[in-house]
Design a protein around this ligand. Structure first.
Ligand code: ARG
Ligand code: ASP
Length: 722
């Protein structure tokens, strides 16, 4: 039992026992169902996930592969975050019709705006296929052979498992390769923008308040799923009709109070809860500092231009938000890992595991795991650092390099797969880039390039740098590239990409933007990637065995949940405040009063629309207020991560009470270590969403579609005596 206590420290904190973890919805019966019931849930596991009849899962699609959304009407009305719909809202915005600035509301179906490429994916069915995936895989096989066999088996399952013609089979691994699940999914492709508040509501507090509690953001937007006449997925067409869902969420008008049960249902992206302490140390000391420094430089430059030029402000709003988001998160994460002593706690857990291994006589099987982690992590460090620099510089922060890198891959496509593939990919690229260059500023990108190239030369271990970098002058290089490369504007790039493959490649080879990316990528793929990938393969083999040891040697009732992997999960807990430091306690609910306290007229982060100020002055909250106050955000102990944005927060009965959108600063290390005292998710109170739609925007047409309920008041009536 000692092991259990140390492995899952929250078990020793009775207040928060039975919380933390992201669970597989088809496997809730038993421990999870009991825990949820103990926390106040009135539903059964089958109300959440059922293959045979409509259940909550049928109302919770993955939004565009990265966020979560929920269906809230029988006409396919979809609720997600403002920041999840941000690039769609942006793409419909111009200086004349600036929906980011002013909001957008479709007052009828005709006004809803199509978004090519945007998807909503529902889960039809989840099935354990571990046995099929592992068939023919033996302990003795070398790691690479195991992987190969597993991939073959997966491909076979995907091909042969029954599904409808418009559905898709996907297999995903859980517990680092100890379990495999098949997902049958359905993807809708005609998703239209229905409504968005102005950024001064939907993004109130912007980057200053991002990852921070107390929060006052109306982070929501509305879309609608359209289907063909048979209610099936279809590409955009004028003939499509609003989708009729199997289930949609009723909305509770009763609000939340401390200790209320909450369930958050969504698609968490990635977590790494079972990394050894050496890996966490590497994140804290090496990886996060490098990432943060690179983004420090890129963001400072973008910010300078965005503040000075409203056109650049629109062009860079979405890109800036994306880069700034993780830049800030990594800082909070490093802080939280340090403050919660995650390394120390992991070390303790590791020594407990070691003694358990010894006690059970499992040295042969598991005795080398921890020492091997040490060795591999030491060995991989310089490679991992170089890789981080490559990704941050070439793929994520310098636009010219990213585009030139796509051209580098295009050239490889020709070399490996021939002219036809080259043509397809080139045409595709030319189309796609037209949109991207609308948001491109050569001036901004040039300055980012110069700063980041200099950091690259300094930060990447010398042995991995391209030869020319050792004597490179960043300023000269930048001048040359941005003066002579075709990649600095769309028309010249389009011209460059015209012609047959040989011609295009000859032109590319002469382009200074292409040349620099080629040098960087060649060096990376020669000196870094092969070794990195080999070590990664070894590490993931160790992680699988380590997980196996944990599953095997922990007590039966240990709460070992699988890492997030962008599949549908349930996390549950309760509405709860927290204490970030001595003598400070944060209440769990914020109100409109707080918006007014933060209000800075004209400020791009903290301005408040006049209409909202008027509604506040007259306290015109309609049925959405409570005791003369308008609730805005609340926090809970639900264990969430990136991808959970837009996830429904659901009450004990299955009604929508909120919309997940963020976590608190002191708790963002929960991707590596969930601390029940500090880790909180942040949700918009759904009543604030309704208030904005109804009172602020006057979109009664949308309110009329919804099913509004009063579960607490109903109960009050029937149990008056109590
Ligand atoms: N931090 C939240 C999440 O990771 C919200 C991000 C969007 N908001 C922003 N100000 N960038 O996605
Ligand atoms: N804001 C995140 C998202 O977009 C959620 C989180 O990381 O807590 O998914």
């Amino acid at each position: 039992m000692k092991l259990l206590r140390l492995l899952f420290i929250f078990l020793s904190l009775p207040l928060f026992a039975q919380q933390g973890g992201m669970w597989i919805p088809s496997l809730l019966e038993g421990m999870n169902e009991t825990e949820m019931t103990n926390l106040g849930m009135k539903m059964t596991a089958k109300d959440i996930y059922d293959v045979n009849k409509a259940s909550l899962k049928d109302a919770v699609p993955h939004f565009n592969g990265g966020c979560t959304s929920e269906v809230i009407s029988n006409q396919g009305l979809l609720l997600t975050n403002h920041h999840c719909g941000y690039s769609q809202i942006q793409s419909h915005s111009t200086l004349e019709h600036d929906y980011l600035q002013n909001g957008f509301w479709a007052m009828n179906l005709k006004d809803e705006l199509p978004n090519p490429g945007v998807t909503a994916t529902f889960i039809v069915k989840i099935e354990d296929v571990t046995t099929q995936v592992m068939s023919g895989v033996s302990e003795a096989m070398p790691e690479a052979d195991k992987q190969k066999k597993i991939e073959e088996n997966i491909a076979n399952i995907v091909q042969t498992s029954p599904k409808e013609a418009w559905q898709e089979n996907r297999v995903r691994t859980f517990y680092e390769g100890n379990q495999y699940m098949l997902f049958v999914v359905e993807t809708f492709k005609d998703i239209r923008l229905v409504g968005a508040p102005p950024s001064s509501i939907g993004k109130f507090g912007s980057d200053t308040d991002n990852w921070i509690w107390p929060r006052h953001t109306g982070d929501f937007s509305l879309f609608r799923i359209y289907a063909d006449k048979n209610n099936r997925p279809a590409e955009y067409s004028e003939d499509n009709v609003p989708y009729t869902p199997k289930h949609f969420l009723p909305i509770s008008l009763d609000g939340v109070a401390e200790n209320d049960f909450t369930l958050v249902f969504g698609y968490p992206g990635t977590t790494d809860e079972y990394l050894p302490s050496v890996a966490i140390e590497q994140v804290i000391n090496t990886i996060n500092p490098a990432r943060i420094a690179i983004r420090d430089a890129a963001l400072a430059i973008q910010d300078k231009y965005m503040r000075a030029d409203p056109q650049i402000k629109i062009q860079y709003a979405s890109k800036y938000a994306r880069i700034a988001n993780y830049w800030k998160k990594w800082q909070g994460e490093t802080l939280g890992l340090t403050k919660s002593n995650a390394v120390g706690i992991k070390k303790q857990q590791e020594s407990q595991l070691t003694s358990q291994i010894n006690k059970k006589g499992k040295q042969q099987e598991y005795g080398q795991l921890l020492p091997q982690f040490e060795t591999y992590y030491k060995e991989i460090e310089p490679y991992a650092l170089a890789r981080e620099y490559f990704l941050e510089t070439v793929i994520r922060n310098v636009e010219l390099l990213r585009t030139a890198y796509q051209a580098y891959q295009l050239k490889q496509v020709y070399e490996n797969r021939g002219a036809q593939s080259f043509n397809d990919r080139r045409n595709n690229m030319v189309d796609r880039l037209e949109g991207e260059y609308k948001n491109y500023s050569k001036q901004v990108d040039k300055e980012v390039f110069e700063a980041l190239i200099a950091l690259y030369a300094e930060g990447v271990p010398q042995q991995f740098l391209p030869a020319s970098f050792k004597t490179m002058n960043a300023q000269q290089l930048t001048e040359n590239v941005y003066k002579n490369s075709a990649f600095v504007d769309y028309v010249s790039l389009k011209n460059l990409l015209e012609g047959d493959a040989e011609t295009v490649i000859a032109k590319l080879d002469n382009d200074p933007g292409f040349q620099i990316v080629k040098e960087m990528a060649d060096a990376y793929f020669e000196k870094v990637a092969p070794k990195y990938e080999q070590l990664e393969l070894n590490i993931s083999g160790l992680e699988r065995d380590y997980m196996k040891a944990l599953l095997e040697l922990s007590p039966k009732d240990a709460r070992i949940f699988p890492n997030a992997n962008s599949t549908l999960r349930v996390t549950y807990g309760k509405v709860a405040g927290y204490s970030p430091a001595d003598a400070i306690y944060f209440e769990p609910v914020t109100h409109l009063e707080g918006v007014m306290q933060k209000y800075v007229p004209g400020d791009y982060e903290f301005d408040v629309p006049q209409k909202l100020i008027d509604l506040y002055r007259t306290k015109d909250y309609g049925p959405y207020g409570e005791n003369g106050k308008m609730a805005i955000n609340f926090i809970g102990t639900n264990h969430t991560t990136g991808g959970n944005s837009g996830s429904p927060a659901i009450d004990a009965e299955g009604n929508l009470i909120g919309l997940n959108f963020d976590r608190v600063w002191e708790g963002t290390m929960s991707d590596y270590y969930y601390d029940p005292a500090l880790s909180r998710n942040i949700m918009v109170d759904v009543r604030y969403v309704l208030f904005i739609i109804d009172k602020y925007a006057g979109a009664k047409n949308l309110i009329n579609e919804l099913k509004l309920v009063h579960p607490k008041k109903e109960k009050g009536k029937s149990k008056k005596k109590k």
